[in-house]
Design a protein around this ligand. Structure first.
Ligand code: PLP
Length: 398
C-alpha cells in the first residue's frame, strides 16, 4: 500500500485523540470531566426538530439544489444583512454540510499552490491543514495577552505579508482563546486586507454565541463584502453540531465556484435538515436564548474556579464557549515542562480532560507561556464544580 504523497500534508483535529483517551479513562471505571471537545451536551430546540421531522414526512427526502434550498439561502442572506449591514441576496449563499467545509472550499476556490495564506495560531487546526494540503504556505499570526482578553498585533500581521500573500483567515470570537477584537481593530484589519489585496475568510462560527455586547464582522466594513467569504454554521447557535448544516456567504463568483465544489463533493447538503435551518432562523428564538443562558452560568463558574487556582490565570471572554487559561505557573510548580505530560497527569489524577495549546496549530518558535483550553459546552454546572474542585485540590497539593 502506498498512499498518495499529498496525505503527508493533511493535518487533523488532534483534539479527537484526547476524546479517545478520556473515553478509555472512563471505561476503566474513572469519572471524567469533559472540558476537551467543542461539542455540546444541550439538545437542539424543539421547534427546529419538529420542522425537520415535518419536512421528512412531507417527502423532502430526495436531492435538492447543490446551492441549497432557496428558502434557506434567502433566510441566511436576510439574517446576515440584518446583523452585518451587508447587502447579500440568495445568489451569495451556498449551503454546506456544516461550517467546516467552507474552509477547504474557500482555500480551493481562491488559493493557487505556492500562495501564502495568513491564519490564526493558536487557532482552529483545520486552517493550517487545508492550506498545506492544497499546496499553499500556511503563515501563522498570533495573539498576545492584553488587559482584558487576548489581542492581535496588527503591525506584526502586516509584517508577515509578502507579494505572495493571497488569503487572510480571520476568526474573531476565536477558538481557542475566546479573543474578540474591538471594531476599530477589525476596521484596521479590513484596511490591511484592502491595501494588500487579500481575500478574507471570516470564520463566524461563534458570532451569535455571546453573553454581553454585540459582535462585529470584518465583512461590515467598506470594501469588504466583495473580498470576503463568511463561514456560517448552525452548529453552535442552535446546538446543532451533529446535524451538519452551515453555509458559505460571499461574492457570487466565489459562491458559484464553491457550489461547483459542492456538486463534486456531496451533491447537496441534507435536504430535510435545511427546513430545520429555515425554522431556526425565522422561528422562535427562545431555544437559542436558553442555550446562551446555560452557557453563561457555566462560563462564570469555570472562570471563577480557574482564577482561584494558584499558578492559573484566565480571562472572562464575552463570547464563544472556550477559555484559554495561562497555566505556566502551575506547570512550573509541578515541575512539568511538556504539554502532554501535564494534560495526561491531570487526566489520570483528577479526571479533568482538556486540550492544550498544541491542539491548535503548530506552536510558533519562541513561545514561552503555557496555555490550555477549557470548553464548557459539553459539561454540566455540577460537574464543572466537582471536576475543577479536584483540579484545584491537585494543584494545591505539593
Ligand atoms: N470554525 C471554528 C472556529 C470552529 O471552532 C468550528 C467548530 O468547532 C468550526 C469552524 C466548524 O463548525 P462545524 O461544526 O459547523 O463544522
Amino acid at each position: 500500500m502506498k498512499l498518495a504523497d499529498r496525505l503527508s500534508r493533511l493535518g487533523t483535529e488532534t483534539a479527537f485523540a484526547v476524546s479517545g483517551e478520556a473515553a478509555d479513562h472512563a471505561a476503566a471505571g474513572n469519572t471524567v470531566y469533559p472540558f476537551h471537545l467543542g461539542d455540546m451536551n444541550i439538545t437542539t430546540p424543539a421547534n427546529i426538530i419538529e420542522a425537520t421531522y415535518r419536512a421528512m414526512k412531507e417527502g423532502k427526502t430526495g436531492y435538492c439544489p447543490n446551492y441549497g434550498i432557496p428558502g434557506l439561502r434567502e433566510a441566511l442572506a436576510e439574517d446576515i444583512n440584518k446583523s452585518h449591514g451587508t447587502s447579500y441576496s440568495m445568489a451569495n449563499v451556498a449551503v454546506q454540510p456544516g461550517g467546516k467545509p467552507s474552509i477547504g472550499k474557500f482555500v480551493l476556490a481562491l488559493m493557487n499552490p505556492g500562495d501564502e495564506a495568513l491564519y490564526p495560531n493558536p487557532g482552529y487546526p483545520i486552517y493550517e491543514s487545508q492550506i498545506q494540503f492544497h499546496g499553499g504556505v500556511a503563515v501563522p499570526y498570533t495573539y498576545h495577552e492584553g488587559a482584558e482578553n487576548f489581542e492581535l498585533d496588527l503591525d506584526a500581521i502586516e509584517a508577515l505579508i509578502t507579494p505572495k500573500t493571497k488569503l487572510l483567515i480571520v476568526n474573531d470570537l476565536q477558538n481557542p482563546t475566546g479573543a474578540e477584537s474591538k471594531p476599530e481593530q477589525l476596521e484596521a484589519l479590513a484596511k490591511l486586507a484592502i491595501k494588500h489585496d487579500l481575500f478574507v475568510l471570516s470564520d463566524e462560527a461563534y458570532y451569535d454565541m455571546r453573553y454581553a455586547g454585540e459582535s462585529t464582522s470584518i465583512t461590515s466594513f467598506e470594501g469588504m463584502q466583495e473580498r470576503s467569504v463568511i463561514l456560517y454554521t448552525f452548529s453552535k447557535k442552535y446546538a446543532m453540531t451533529g446535524w451538519r448544516l452551515g453555509a458559505s456567504i460571499g461574492p457570487k463568483e466565489v459562491i458559484d465556484a464553491i457550489a461547483k465544489l459542492n456538486v463534486n463533493d456531496e451533491s447537496c447538503s441534507n435536504h430535510f435538515i435545511q427546513y430545520g435551518g429555515v425554522e431556526a432562523l425565522t422561528g422562535d428564538q427562545s431555544g437559542h436564548e436558553e442555550i446562551l443562558a446555560v452557557l453563561k452560568e457555566r462560563r462564570d463558574k469555570t472562570v471563577e474556579i480557574l482564577n482561584s487556582i494558584p499558578g492559573v490565570r484566565c480571562y472572562c471572554p464575552n463570547a464563544t464557549f472556550y477559555l484559554f487559561p495561562n497555566v505556566t505557573g502551575l506547570m512550573q510548580a509541578k515541575g512539568l515542562t511538556d504539554y502532554e505530560d501535564f494534560r495526561k497527569t491531570v487526566l489520570q489524577e483528577t479526571g479533568v480532560s482538556f486540550c492544550t495549546r498544541k491542539h491548535f496549530g503548530s506552536p510558533i518558535p519562541g513561545e514561552k507561556e503555557f496555555y490550555i483550553r477549557f470548553a464548557y459546552s459539553g459539561i454540566d454546572l455540577d460537574q464543572i464544580e466537582e471536576g475543577l474542585g479536584q483540579f484545584k485540590a491537585w494543584a494545591e497539593s505539593v
